[in-house]
Design a protein around this ligand. Sequence first.
Ligand code: PL3
Ligand code: FE2
Ligand code: FE2
Length: 252
Amino acid sequence: MVAICGLAVVALPFPSLLPMSLFSLDYLCPAYRDAYGRINAMVIVGEGLAYRHFRLLAAAFPEQARELKHLAAMEAGHARAFVGCGLHLGIQPELVLARSLFAPLHGLFLEARAQADRVGQVVIQCLIVECFAVAAYSAYLPVADAYAQPITARVMADEGKHLDFGERWLRPQIVAVGGTVIAWCTRAIPVILAILSPLRADVIAIGMDPGELVGEFSALLSESLGRIGLSPEQVRRLLAAGAAPWLAGSAA
Ligand code: PL3
Ligand code: FE2
Ligand code: FE2
């Protein structure tokens, strides 16, 4: 049995198959609110960083600066919308913790930028971060409160456009940049998944399944890497090294 905010729920061998209607999340109970303060902060900081990364990408891609500034503005809107979700529940986001958890990923982006490596910057923000965002929001959607639900659905659709920008830019030159894509993915996948480690209990407390989130991230990133032209074997090896320990439960 697991208890979610005082409600006992039978633990099934396949928790993702448990219809959420059987749960009744109490958005007002202290355990939910405590966890939501950290998760909400992660989302606000993640969206804020995405804004900064797209502004930096706009500087690195003068020919697409207009489109990239538009994507950056969307990210700023996402951050504001999720601030609203916390305010709606009367919750204070734990921003200091969130900034420290995102620092290694931001550092990796800045490293690519310092090397004027446009492939690295696009891989990190448009593929890795955006697949992670779509996976996180799709796992959150069924357990979101009525205020956050339509906001999350709208934001998720936007993230698909950010992923699409990266794919459109990488696909035509994949023969030349495939090795660089693989090298940055190899470094960035463990870094983004490490963000989840200290949040595992919080993710569960708000009704989500961390294994499902990592599985969805892995599936979305695999599809994306396949769309830009990596071979199924290259994709399998990348994800096996980066995400398999999580899916097997040893890194969670
Ligand atoms: C890209 O536009 C923004 C990237 C934001 C990533 C947010 C990741 C948050 C991880 C914490 C666990 C997921 C819970 C999601 C709840 C909304
Ligand atoms: Fe976003
Ligand atoms: Fe995004």
